[in-house]
Design a protein around this ligand. Structure first.
Ligand code: DGY
Length: 331
């Protein structure tokens, strides 16, 4: 027995970050690549002081409600934390850490890759070649859509949205954005123009979503919104799957209401095997890997460990999702 605090980690993170954590805590790592079940979490939580989570772990009121008096901190290895019931965590005096900032450029790189791949049919072309169908050069073989000089509509001008706007400059694109708050400083610095959502959808050749998920944006991209987009437009989503209604997206892609989509997130995740959308050639789809560069995942792991160690030591988390927890008497 040691007097070290006890930590449960719902996946392996990064060897060096794991070693740093193990110096200060008794750590149990979940060894599977799939998340622990809710039952497992309910069994582990009463005995631990710190919990490291991934965005695929549903940390709801049942998991962190009553019965976890010794739990001092949760540290999520992601910038988004919509899988965690922040209200319950705050009410119970539990600070929640996350990893803002470090994945901005990596995620924007990937959104850009999806946009290019969908516009220029990169995956479809690759499949043709691998399938033994390299057609001789022809004027209309696998023709796609130019990106250079087109109009990019950014939904959500936060860190990643701004990183997209910077990339767009190199492609001489006109950039318009929609957000709940106008950002005159960013408009001047990045040469981007604010546009109401409906107008953005009708003007954009590419629409890229960079919003935090909240119930207010659930299925924001529904049949109506998708029908306002150009028939050639490409929709890119690297934010959260539930911002786009999956049935409406399937219909819009299948009917040619929009040109193509490049998506890294889906509702639900993982996508059910055999989902009809997977048959569509005008869809490029990846399994929520926009932040998955080795360098970025290492930084995320270290930030997560910094957060958990601070919480275990009773210090404010350096990257805290619910700073209001420190205003509460219970903290
Ligand atoms: C996040 O961090 O929220 C991304 O979706 C995954 O890295």
């Amino acid at each position: 027995m040691t007097n070290k605090p006890r930590v449960f980690v719902t996946r392996r993170i990064h060897p060096e970050a794991e070693a740093k954590l193990a110096e200060a805590a008794d750590v149990e790592f979940w060894q599977e690549s799939t998340p622990p079940s809710k039952q497992t979490l309910l069994e582990k939580l009463p005995a631990i002081n710190g919990l490291i989570t991934m965005l695929s772990d549903p940390i709801d009121a049942e998991v962190i409600g009553a019965g976890v008096p010794d739990l001092k901190v949760i540290a999520q290895m992601a910038v988004g934390y919509d899988n965690i019931d922040i209200t319950t965590a705050t009410t119970n005096g539990i600070p929640v850490g996350h990893t803002p900032g470090v994945l901005t450029e990596t995620t924007a790189d990937f959104a850009w890759a999806l946009m290019m791949a969908a516009a220029r049919r990169v995956i479809e072309a690759d499949n043709e070649v691998r399938g033994g169908r390299w057609q001789p050069w022809g004027p209309d073989v696998l023709t796609g859509m130019d990106v250079y000089g087109k109009t990019l509509g950014i939904i959500g001008l936060g860190r990643i949205g701004k990183a997209m706007a910077r990339r767009a400059r190199g492609f001489s694109m006109q950039v318009i954005y929609f957000d709940n708050h106008r950002d005159p400083e960013a408009e001047a610095e990045l040469d981007v123009e604010y546009s109401p959502l409906g107008e953005l959808l009708t003007r954009s050749d590419f629409v890229s979503i960079h919003l935090y998920y909240s119930p207010e944006v659930h299925h924001l991209f529904n049949r109506d919104r998708l029908s306002q987009m150009k028939s050639t437009a490409v929709l890119v989503n690297t934010a959260r799957g539930a911002i786009v209604d999956p049935d409406a997206l399937f219909e819009a892609l299948q009917s040619g209401q929009i040109g193509a989509a490049g998506i890294d997130v889906f509702d639900p995740e993982p996508i059910p095997a055999g989902h009809p959308i997977l048959k569509l050639k005008n869809l490029v789809i990846t399994p929520h890997i926009a932040s998955a560069s080795k360098e970025t995942r290492q930084k995320m792991a270290f930030m997560t460990v910094e957060n958990i160690l601070a919480g275990l030591n009773g210090q404010p988390l350096p990257y805290c999702a619910n700073p209001q927890v420190y205003d509460s008497d219970r903290s």
